[in-house]
Design a protein around this ligand. Structure first.
Ligand SMILES: [Zn+2]
Ligand SMILES: [Zn+2]
Ligand SMILES: [Zn+2]
Length: 385
């Protein structure tokens, strides 16, 4: 093996290690991850969440600790087959001799040490495992007398359906059950009991997804602080879109520091501008035989009462006051009130050209039912009586 091929091999091996330790989406979907390859050893996460993660983190540690020695083994196998390379190896060996020796010794010892540790942890049904020890801190002397009972409680809740599971990255997930907040990582399981935990959203960051910055994605960082002795604080990071799910599943409010500003989407901002304009339009009075409570809920969102009516108010003129041609005039809509203001505003936004965002409010749209053309001036709030 020449020096070049040694370098190529090293780079290739480093990439391989990276993919094993931090699998990309392609690896995950192809099932080429440690969790998948050893799935029969690990058992079912759904049936036994804690046991699964104790085994999974131990296995990760074992496999990852073997990567350096595998590298050295393959590297030297190549050298032994080739005399020139053996000379090269000699050079390398003497040049960086001490550091190299140290690396080799570490690489040889590492898997051994990890194996001994895992053996020690696994005795007595994993009672010595650091995760088991951590769970032991949640015993309450009552329903949960030892770590096994704490684990059983977590397993039980995880089996139920209404948990929130958020993927943070390829190696980390957040699981929120009825009473627990759990973060899984490659080697560890962070656990907090909701009853004695404060969640504080302390930082947010926004990233552009597409080049024209039209779509952005925002992440919120949340500190999970337990007041229970021995439980260390950890932090979770969620997409702002998942924040509400999380909030709904947590028994107590999440504190949001003033530094965290929820970024609002273009459509959300448009809805506000739209509402401001509608508030200035003439209102609409329902016929005497019907009240707002008689109306069915909004056709789009199904959960609020319709509060607007499309009725022609505008004068069919353009920005400079010139009469519009027939084809661009607004039309009469005879539909009964069916939509709430938010849904109409969103519908209106959805019918516009994405690239002409600045002029959306001046544009027109058609009634979702009868297709009559209308503009924002033709949307009226229904008078409350
Ligand atoms: Zn609605
Ligand atoms: Zn209509
Ligand atoms: Zn109009």
């Amino acid at each position: 093996m020449t020096q070049e091929s040694a370098i190529v091999f090293t780079i290739f091996y480093a990439l391989l290690c990276f993919c094993i330790v931090y699998p990309s989406t392609e690896f995950v979907s192809a099932g080429l991850t440690i969790d998948r390859l050893f799935s029969s050893t690990l058992g079912s996460e759904r049936m036994s969440f804690v046991d699964y993660h104790i085994r999974r983190t131990s296995l990760n540690l074992m496999v990852h600790s073997m990567l350096p020695i595998m590298y050295i083994r393959v590297y030297f196998m190549q050298f032994n087959n080739d005399e020139n390379a053996a000379d090269l190896a000699q050079d390398v060996y003497s040049a960086v001799s001490i550091a190299w020796k140290f690396l080799v010794i570490t690489a040889v010892l590492l898997p051994g040490l990890v194996a001994v540790a895992i053996y020690h942890w696994s005795r007595n049904n994993w009672a010595n495992h650091p995760i088991a020890k951590r769970l032991g801190k949640f015993t309450d002397g009552n329903r949960m007398r030892d770590w096994r009972m704490v684990a059983a409680n977590i397993n039980d809740e995880y089996r139920r359906d209404h948990n929130v599971v958020i993927k943070m990255n390829p190696v980390s997930r957040i699981v929120v059950t009825e009473s627990w907040v759990i973060k899984t990582t490659s080697y560890w399981l962070n656990v907090a009991h909701q009853d004695d935990t404060a969640l504080i959203a302390y930082k947010s960051d926004t990233h552009d997804v597409s080049q024209d910055a039209f779509e952005t994605v925002q992440y919120v960082n949340i500190a999970v602080k337990s007041t229970r002795p021995g439980i260390r604080e950890f932090s979770i990071r969620v997409n702002a879109l998942d924040f509400k799910d999380l909030q709904d599943r947590i028994n107590r409010p999440i504190t949001i520091l003033s530094s965290v500003k929820f970024h609002r989407s273009v459509v959300e901002r448009f809805v506000d501008v739209f509402k401001d304009q509608v508030a200035q339009n003439p209102t609409y009075r329902l016929g005497s035989n019907i009240t707002i409570d008689d109306l069915d809920s909004c056709f789009a969102c199904m959960h609020t009462q319709p509060n607007i009516k499309i009725q022609k108010n505008c004068l069919d003129v353009d920005e400079v006051g010139e009469a519009l041609p027939e084809a661009r005039c607004c039309q009469v809509c005879n539909c009964r009130p069916m939509w709430c203001i938010d849904c109409v505003a969103k519908w209106f936004a959805s019918r516009q050209e994405q690239s002409e965002r600045d002029s959306w409010l001046q544009q027109k749209c058609t009634c979702p039912m009868c297709r009559a053309r209308f503009c924002v001036l033709d949307v009226s709030y229904i008078e409350k009586r």
